[in-house]
Every structure is written in structure tokens, then in C-alpha cells.
Design a binder for this molecule. Structure first.
Ligand code: GLN
Length: 576
């Protein structure tokens, strides 16, 4: 075991441009240090003035990830949890807004004892406090902190000041990493180092010299480029790490280790560790490289004027959870984004012929969402999946709309709706809970939904009960209780619920509520019996937030299993 010392801090900053994978680099550095036996925690600093990510539009800023304590945060927090197989809390998430809010609150409470409160040093000091507190709470040996934004922007300067102050205060305890980007240019396709040199100069002007440069590029860096960066940026050539594009993000820690990154950080931070173990991670990557077959999964949502890239960013946890389930079965899941508006009878006259295109999918998923756009098309999609026995997984809004669909087309409540879309519907099967009514009335939208982890009790002999039980038993050697007690805890982010007044009629019509809150007031999971449909499951919570590459979520795993079966049947039919 490596010796325990006071925590060490690794800061990840980004240069040249955004979107080159700082979050994955931070998560991967965490992973390779964890593989050396260190206890690692991670923080994300978002330069936004927003207090949290809950009020941000996911098609502009990417997915809003939800932590178990209900914190609505940046999608990178999801990457940290997935790579480090840990649970983070609000202590691990910082925004400009939250820091200023805290400083102003302290000033109002006379906590600065009459001093003049200034942007410097009080803002960076508050940042340092938060980072040190996260280290303490986690009992961490190593704390990874990712600073959002790009070097040279005005918005993250106070966070860089915090890094400078920490480095000054604790020499030998702080390492800084710059994730930079090298464009390919010219007919000889040469990787250009100049933008990286400028980024380092800007970092230098904030009083920080990077210890490591992670050189992101479409291809691997040659020796010449490493020499050039090293010479111009006052670095050792060995500290310039080549980070070419990868097919699968889980390859990144392995690529870093090819460049001996963890050993370099161990040395720079005066740590002791001579062994590393990435065995299970290597198996994971190997499984993804040689899939036995490819499944077609359709994700149907309200996509409007967004490219594929943005969609992938907005639903990253859903995509990852599907991949985790597929990796475990050594298959590949090919995801197609399907715009639900093309199945909306009001928007598209030929919707009946269009919707038949869904037959090509081995599994269909309707993810979370808000508002009325695309809703009728989603409801038609769910009906199609149900009637044609295509495996269906609904998440949050995808469950609420499945309840609407079932009410209309099976229970005979043909005007049923969610009050989110139709306030005065004669059959409000999805309604707002009394405790949420005031929030809506007073326009209190920030942090007021039903957020974070809540328990649910599962009904025995149901599909989901079987799935969770199986997953529990596979991990039981590492768990305290060997027997599955039918209680799960999952993360939520919604304002509306199944209306308890309609539960009985829906049950009478064949819908199973296989998971409820402990007091039975809130419906958490619906499903159809497997004699009727091979896999028709929808959850009020978001199982995708808890799925990990090495332990896929049971619901996603069984969705993939059902999709594999439906693929086999399809193959059988076409071969006949
Ligand atoms: N719009 C729905 C609600 O607020 C569903 C939310 C979601 O899918 N995350 O209840």
C-alpha cells in the first residue's frame, strides 16, 4: 500500500479551445492514480454565474447530471463518477455563482469580522476552502480539480488565482496539467504547436507553469513536436503527453499509462507507489473492441435544429448506460436519434408510414424531457413499441408518457394527458403534487424539483425485481447484505408524478406498478407482464445516472438482453 500523507492536488486546465476532452482527461488521471492504490476524489469548477446547472438548457450546455444529494451539475461530474466508481456530492461542484453566493452570505453574517471583502483574495480563498473541504470529506490522498473554460478567458481567472495561491502555500503538493489541442495544418498535415505555446504563455501570466501538458490531437504526437513544445514552454520533453483521438473514452487511461503519466505524477507530487492495477479496465476496453454483434437502438425525443454532436452531449449518461449494458454482453449498441415530431399526426400527414421505420430497432428508448414539443410523436412511438413487442425503456418523461399512452389506448381514457402539457385534461393521469404547486405558481424553478436519491420498494416476481436481484447477487461478495431486500435507491429530477387516483384503473387494465415509494404514494416503475410484452419497462427516476462501466445498471442490462433477443428473432425471420 502506498504511504498516506496530506492530500495532493492535481489541477486540470484547458488551452487553445473548449471541447477537447478536459473532463475525460481529468477522469482518466483520477483513474490511473486510483489504480495505484490512492484514494481519489474529483471536483469540477464551472465558471458560470449560475448557482448550479439546473437552470441551463441541455441542448446548449450538455446534460444536467444529478448527484445523489440532488445537486444538479455539469455532465463531467458523471464522467468522474463513472471512471472513479464513486459517489460525489455538492461538495465536489463549484460555480462562480455558488462561490459569490457563499462569500456574500458570510459577509452578511459578519463572518469577515468587519474587513473589507474583496474579489482578491476572498473569492480564491473561498475556492480553496471548498477544495480542501472536499478532500477532507472524501478522506482523499489525491484531489483532481478541473477548471472549466479555456485559458485566456476572463471568467476563470479567479480560479487560476486559487491554484497559484495553493501552489505557493504548499510546494510539492500541487501539480498542474494543461490539456491543450494541436491542429493539423497544411498539405503535409503537420501538427501545429504554436497555439499550445500561446496557451502556456497565458497560463504563465496567471503565475502558473504547467507540470504536464496533455497534447490532444487527431493523431499521436511525434518526437519532434514534443521537443518543440518542451523547448518553447520550459518543460521536459517527457512531460508532454500524446493524447490522440480514441474510439472509446475508456481507452484514455490506458493511453495515458502508455506514456507513463501516473508514474510522472507520483514523482512530481513526492508520492510513493510502485504498482498499478488496471486489469479490469483493460478487459472492459477489450470487450468493446471486439463486439459479437451490433444492436440497433432508437432514442426517440424532441430533437429540433440540433446536430448529432449536441444530442450526444445532452444525453451522455443515457448513451453511456446503454454502452455499459452492451459491453457486459460483448455487443455493440448503435444509437440512432429519431425525431418524434415526424410521428405526430398533427405535424406529419404520413406519420403512419413513417412510424413503421421503428421496426428496424432492436430496442426503443424515450428519455427524459420537458414541455409539450414532440410529445404526441413520443406517445405514438410508445404505442408502436408496445403493440409491436419491441423492447421499450422509458426514462422519467418516457415513463409519464407511457402512462398517458396506456391510459388512452388500453384503459379507454382517450383524452388522458399530463398536466404539464394539458392543464385542464379530463384525465390528469400525470399530475403535479401539492408540494410542487406553489413552486410553479411562484416561478421558483431553481433546485425545486424532486431531486436526488429516493428509495423505492420493488414488487416481487416482476421483471425489474428479477433484474435488480440478479445484479445484487452478482455483487454480493462485496456487499454487507447478501440477500436482496427489494429496496432500491435511485436519482430523480422531475416535477410531475403518476396521479394516485388513476393507479387502480390502470392496474385493472393490466399495467404493473413494479416499484413505488415506501409510503406507496409515488409510482416509481411501470412494466407489462413478460407474457404480454418481452420488455416494456419505464422508470420515474433516472437509472442512467448510476450506471458504471464496470457495473452496468440492472435496468439497462436487461433492456440490452431483451434487445439481443429481439434481434435474434428478427434475424430468424429474415433468414426464413
Ligand atoms: N417533465 C417531467 C417532469 O418534470 C419529466 C422530467 C424528466 O424527464 N426529467 O416531471
Amino acid at each position: 500500500m502506498p504511504k498516506k500523507k496530506t492530500p495532493k492536488f492535481i489541477f486540470i486546465t484547458g488551452g487553445v479551445m473548449s471541447g477537447v476532452g478536459k473532463g475525460i482527461a481529468a477522469s482518466s488521471i483520477g483513474k490511473i492514480m486510483q489504480a495505484r492504490g490512492f484514494k481519489v476524489t474529483a471536483l469540477k469548477i464551472d465558471p458560470y454565474v449560475n448557482v448550479d446547472a439546473g437552470t441551463m438548457n441541455p441542448t446548449e450546455h450538455g446534460e444536467v447530471f444529478v448527484l445523489s444529494d440532488g445537486t444538479e451539475c455539469d455532465q463531467d461530474m458523471g464522467n468522474y463518477e463513472r471512471f472513479l466508481e464513486c459517489e460525489l456530492t455538492s461538495a465536489n461542484y463549484i460555480t462562480t455563482g455558488s462561490i459569490y453566493q457563499r462569500v456574500i452570505e458570510k459577509e452578511r453574517n459578519l463572518e469577515y469580522q468587519g474587513k473589507c471583502v474583496e474579489v482578491v483574495p476572498h473569492i480564491p480563498l473561498e475556492v480553496i476552502d471548498k477544495i480542501e473541504n472536499a478532500a477532507k470529506l472524501a478522506g482523499a490522498d489525491i484531489v483532481i480539480t478541473e477548471i472549466g473554460g479555456t485559458i485566456g478567458e476572463y471568467q476563470n481567472i479567479l480560479f487560476l488565482e486559487a491554484v497559484r495561491m495553493m501552489k505557493l502555500k504548499s510546494p510539492g503538493h500541487v501539480a498542474t496539467v494543461l490539456v491543450s489541442f494541436l491542429p493539423l495544418q497544411g498539405k503535409d498535415s503537420e501538427l501545429k504547436t504554436k497555439p499550445t505555446q500561446y496557451a502556456v504563455r497565458s497560463l504563465n501570466s496567471a503565475g502558473i507553469q504547467p507540470d504536464i501538458i496533455i497534447a490532444r490531437a487527431s493523431v499521436a504526437l511525434d518526437k519532434k513536436r514534443k521537443e518543440k513544445i518542451a523547448f518553447n514552454c520550459n518543460m521536459e520533453e517527457a512531460d508532454v503527453i500524446s493524447a490522440p483521438n480514441v474510439e472509446n473514452i475508456y481507452e484514455v487511461p490506458l493511453n495515458f499509462e502508455r506514456e507513463k503519466l501516473s508514474a510522472k505524477l507520483v514523482k512530481k507530487l513526492n508520492l510513493e507507489s510502485d504498482k498499478t492495477d488496471l486489469k479490469s479496465w483493460k478487459t472492459l476496453v477489450r470487450n468493446t473492441k471486439n463486439p459479437k454483434k451490433t444492436l440497433q437502438i432508437g432514442i426517440v425525443g424532441k430533437y429540433f435544429g440540433t446536430g448529432n454532436f449536441t444530442l450526444a452531449d445532452s444525453y451522455i449518461s443515457v448513451i453511456e448506460a446503454i454502452r455499459h449494458g452492451a459491453q457486459a454482453k460483448k455487443v455493440k449498441a448503435e444509437i440512432t436519434w429519431v425525431d418524434s415530431s415526424s410521428f405526430d399526426p398533427k405535424e406529419n400527414k404520413s406519420w403512419r408510414s413513417k412510424i413503421k421505420s421503428l421496426n428496424k430497432f432492436d430496442g426503443i428508448l424515450v428519455p427524459g424531457g420537458f414541455g409539450s414539443r414532440g410529445v404526441e410523436g413520443k406517445i405514438k412511438t410508445i404505442q408502436f413499441a408496445r403493440e409491436n413487442k419491441i423492447p421499450y425503456l422509458g426514462l422519467c418523461y418516457g415513463m409519464q408518457l407511457a402512462v398517458v399512452e396506456y391510459s388512452r389506448n388500453v384503459a379507454g381514457l382517450n383524452k388522458a394527458h399530463t398536466v404539464e402539457v394539458h392543464e385542464n385534461t379530463p384525465h390528469p393521469v400525470i399530475a403535479v403534487l401539492p408540494e410542487q404547486e406553489l413552486n410553479i405558481e411562484k416561478k421558483r424553478y431553481g433546485g425545486t424539483m424532486r431531486l436526488g436519491t429516493y428509495k423505492a420498494v420493488l414488487k416481487e416476481k416482476t421483471l425489474v425485481h428479477g433484474a435488480y436481484k440478479k445484479s445484487h447477487e452478482s455483487k454480493s461478495s462485496t456487499l454487507k447484505s447478501k440477500v436482496f431486500n427489494s429496496i432500491i435507491d435511485e436519482r430523480h429530477r422531475h416535477r410531475y408524478e403518476v396521479n394516485p387516483e388513476y393507479v387502480e384503473i390502470l392496474e385493472k387494465n393490466g399495467l404493473t406498478f413494479s416499484g413505488t415509494s415506501e409510503d406507496k404514494r409515488l409510482m416509481e416503475i411501470i412494466e407489462l407482464p413478460t407474457e404480454i410484452h418481452p420488455f416494456f419497462v419505464a422508470t420515474q427516476f433516472h437509472p442512467e445516472f448510476k450506471s458504471k462501466p464496470l457495473s452496468p445498471h440492472p435496468i439497462f442490462e436487461s433492456f440490452i438482453n431483451a434487445s439481443i433477443e429481439s434481434n435474434k428473432i428478427k434475424l430468424h425471420k429474415t433468414n426464413k
